[in-house]
Design a binder for this molecule. Structure first.
Ligand code: HEM
Length: 369
């Protein structure tokens, strides 16, 4: 069944219909509607999130995409691999004798915030703050009035933080993401408001999402010891395993779209005001695209990518970085751990929209290295 009605709107379930909806130029991403569902109808959080790259269309959106694209090219991201690998190795070695750890604590929160600090040349002491901001502001995805205070307070702190980063880079430019965006502003490719909004969204979009997806990848593999063994004996499968485990256990369960005018999508009429939930969690198990979808198979030959990073004009530009981070985490874990198993459930909040991982306790047998 490609669609289903639910209390919250129209659920888009099949892979093909999810793609059609995500690519449909007539449907809005709808951050305004999500913010309003949280009781946020105006103010700084509403203004910034409504005009950010993920929520706008047309020339302004295309211009911002062009402006950030060089910074997120796979070749540029690749330059971070060795540094992240060495840092991960030290971190894993430090917990080796314990035989157990919390994946969220060990890497989930630490790694994407480390990457952000490296990209922005921000102090590493800022990592816990960055993680907390991302977690708090992203709660607007939950569309609950109970989250209003957390979102607005978090946003205020985040914007002041971003302003201080921009001021520091303006005073002392470097070879970093913010200096790069400021250079775009000097060449009139971006306005100052766009630079500020982009830094805000890059903090928000890059950290909690990667934390959740990393925890989900480890959860999936820890539940399938035969897949862990296959990866240990053939580490060339790691890139495929990251995608397959992300397909099997996504961290972003659904993205929204809104029909602001009466519309039709793959033959289904939509009244104005219809909320659509593009359910990655269902599409990634569509048997027409992924045969035996309930099996985790790190050798799976995928003809289509899992939808976790979306498709179409809003496709996630941070995918190469997120994938690289997960590949390196898995590579180091596979070298250090002979076996891994869950010691408890994945603790998270935010489902059924974008999950935020809080804890994933695992037990492992250290490998002889
Ligand atoms: C596992 C980690 C990640 C996941 C699952 C993820 C997923 C997504 C999704 C689903 C979208 C929305 C697409 C839509 O509305 O159709 C998105 C947009 C975006 N993501 Fe990611 N993301 C991740 C990591 C990152 C990272 C590391 C960065 C940057 C460093 C990033 C930057 C962005 C930006 C800027 C957008 C807005 C793009 C646009 O609207 O044109 N993301 N991401």
């Amino acid at each position: 069944m490609p669609f289903a009605r639910s209390e919250r709107g129209l659920e888009v379930l099949s892979y093909r219909c999810c793609e059609d909806v995500l690519r449909d130029p007539g449907l809005a991403v709808g951050f305004e509607e999500m913010l309003e569902a949280c009781g946020i109808g105006n103010g700084p959080a509403h203004a910034s999130l409504s005009r950010n790259i993920n929520n706008i269309e047309g020339e302004a959106h295309a211009r911002q995409r062009r402006a950030i694209a060089p910074y997120f090219q796979p070749a540029r991201v690749e330059t971070m691999r060795q540094t992240l690998r060495r840092a991960l190795e030290k971190r894993f070695v430090a917990t080796r004798e314990l035989g157990r750890c919390d994946i969220v604590d060990l890497v989930g929160r630490w790694l994407p915030t480390t990457s952000f600090c490296m990209m922005a040349e921000a102090p590493f002491e800022d990592r816990p703050f960055i993680w907390r901001m991302s977690d708090e502001v992203q709660r607007f995805f939950q569309m609950k009035t109970s989250e209003r205070g957390v979102v607005e307070r978090g946003f205020g702190e985040l914007e002041s933080y971003v302003d201080s980063l921009i001021a520091a880079r303006r005073a002392e430019p470097g070879d970093d993401l913010i200096s790069f965006l400021l250079a775009e502003e000097r060449s009139s490719a971006l306005s100052m408001t766009e630079v500020r909004d982009l830094v805000v969204i890059l903090v928000l979009a890059s950290t909690d999402t990667t934390n959740a997806q990393t925890a989900c990848v480890f959860k999936a593999l820890a539940q399938h010891p035969e897949q862990w063994r296959a990866l240990r004996s053939d580490p060339t499968l790691i890139p495929n395993a990251v995608l397959e485990a992300s397909r099997y256990e996504p961290g972003v369960w659904a993205m929204t779209r809104v029909a602001r005018e009466p519309a039709e999508v793959t033959g289904v009429p939509l009244e104005a005001g219809t909320h659509l939930f593009v359910d990655f969690i269902a599409a990634n198990r569509d048997p027409d695209v992924f045969p035996s979808p309930d099996e985790l198979d790190v050798r799976r030959q995928m003809k289509r990518p899992p939808l976790n990073w979306s498709v179409g004009r809003h496709f996630c530009p941070g995918r190469p970085l997120a994938v690289l981070e997960m590949e390196e985490t898995l590579r180091v874990a596979l070298r250090q751990w002979e076996t891994v198993e869950l010691e408890g459930d994945l603790e998270s909040h935010g489902a059924p929209y974008v999950i935020s991982a809080e804890r994933l306790p695992v037990r492992f047998e250290p490998a002889i290295v």
